[in-house]
Design a protein around this ligand. Structure first.
Ligand SMILES: [Zn+2]
Length: 204
């Protein structure tokens, strides 16, 4: 079984990917991880990717595709879960020429709820404890008394623009896989257990 996992930042995709990998024995291919691996190992394609990133440019689709293709071959071209790829129709069409995809799982979340959830996060500067602002009394860490702060990435403007970029990128992909009859939308608003229960219904 070959699957693709889609989900907005903060939708809990990482948690579900780990559970799917463990329960279904699918190799988790995260484009973020494999890019970092190739750049660390200074492979030819890793150096090429780095040259674009250094210039502040997007890595072209053909470079990303080469990296993904290497990872797919390493996985034996079967029983994998792609995470972070494809990001556009061009990549999706190229992927279809390389290998068959059985199911695409879209972990769907309400953007307003997600924004509230992410923007409400506070982290302790001393011990790293993280909680929602509604759980705090007086702005200090309940574990160590340290100062609780909001991460820059969690500011409302940043969160909203990341979600907008994500939905603009992903909407055409969702249509693409829907038209192929491969798209399964899972409600991502519950607890990790509840969401995984929905995933199980899709994967069987
Ligand atoms: Zn603390």
């Amino acid at each position: 079984m070959n699957i693709i996992l889609l989900g907005a930042p903060g939708a809990g995709k990482g948690t579900q990917a780990t559970r799917i990998e463990e329960n279904y024995n699918l190799k988790h291919i995260s484009t973020g991880d494999i890019f970092r691996h190739h750049m660390r190992q200074q492979t030819e394609v890793g150096m090429l990717a780095r040259s674009y990133i250094k210039k502040g440019q997007l890595v072209p689709d053909e470079v990303t595709l080469r990296i993904v293709e290497i990872a797919l071959k390493d996985a034996g071209m079967k029983d994998f879960m792609l995470d972070g790829f494809p990001r556009n129709i061009n990549q999706a069409e190229a992927l279809d020429k390389i290998v068959g995809i059985d199911k695409v799982i879209d972990i769907s979340v309400d953007f307003d709820v997600l924004t509230e959830r992410i923007c409400g996060r506070r982290n302790c500067l001393e011990c790293g404890y993280t909680t929602h602002v509604s759980q705090l009394k007086g702005g200090v860490c309940p574990k160590c008394g340290g100062e609780m702060q909001q991460r820059m990435d969690d500011k409302e403007e940043t969160v909203k623009s990341r979600l907008t970029v994500y939905s603009e990128q992903t909407a055409p992909l969702i249509e693409y896989y829907k038209s192929q009859g491969k798209l399964f939308t899972v409600d991502g608003m519950g607890t990790p257990d509840e969401v995984f229960g929905e995933v199980r219904k899709v994967l069987g």
